[in-house]
Design a protein around this ligand. Structure first.
Ligand code: SF4
Length: 228
């Protein structure tokens, strides 16, 4: 499995915000989101190295951290995730998987952090094949439903404009029942000023619907930097 980087940081988004974690970032993704902040891992080039499951576990445990986040790229692209997550949990590590919710394999984890992509993710400037790839893979509510039904979960939506909030609600109607407080609304922002500006209308909507506002605390703590 191609691993781009393994590093120690604090989780900046979602229910585990502030928790020190070892991040294992896989390479490759089946989407091409317009706002992707990890193109170096997702499709831009072939960064990283191919490691066996045992090598990944060996490097991850060197950080001595109880929480492990499997991120990408798209971790669910790899069948090796099945033995990797099993081995991490056998070592009593607490595992989060960050996925766009377009693929399902029988992994083990303590939190499935699902980020379904709205239409604001469509790479409008991209060429035909890239657009087609993105749009053929992006919308998979049946996969998200399966993940929600089988794992502890959070549903994290990236919102850019107030109209995106209506799309979130439409998505949730198609998805079926979920706990409102597991729905997280995260501003599309890579700087503090933009994040705070969008927070005003996102927080108001989250309060009205019982959702959570999900700031990107890594921006607050470190700025828009890699390995955070
Ligand atoms: S799913 Fe995530 S990693 Fe993949 S292109 Fe979209 S933002 Fe980037």
């Amino acid at each position: 499995m191609r691993i781009v980087e393994i590093f120690l940081s604090r989780q900046g988004e979602g229910l585990s915000t502030g928790v020190e974690s070892t991040f294992i970032r896989v390479g490759g993704c089946n989407l091409r989101c317009s706002f992707c902040d990890t193109p170096y891992a997702s499709w831009e080039n072939e960064e990283g190295e191919d490691l066996s499951v045992e090598e990944i576990v060996g490097r991850a445990i060197l950080f001595g951290c109880r929480h492990v986040v499997l991120t990408g790229g798209e971790p669910m692209l790899y069948s090796e995730m099945i033995p990797l997550t099993r081995q991490l949990r056998q070592r009593h590590l607490i595992v989060t998987i960050e996925t766009a919710g377009t693929l399902e394999i029988p992994v083990e984890c303590d939190l499935m952090s699902i980020s379904p992509k709205l239409s604001n993710s469509i790479p409008q400037e991209a060429s035909g094949p890239i657009l087609r790839l993105h749009e053929s893979n992006r919308y998979r509510p049946e996969v998200v439903r399966h993940l929600v039904d089988h794992y502890e979960y959070q549903l994290k939506f990236v919102v850019d404009e107030p109209e995106d909030l209506l799309e979130v609600d439409e998505y949730l109607v198609h998805l079926g029942a979920v706990a409102a407080d597991r729905v997280l609304l995260m501003p599309m922002a890579i700087d503090l000023a933009t994040m705070r500006e969008k927070a005003e209308w996102i927080v108001a909507y989250a309060r009205k619907k019982g959702y959570r506002y999900c700031p990107r605390m890594q921006i607050e703590w470190y700025g828009n930097k890699r390995r955070t």
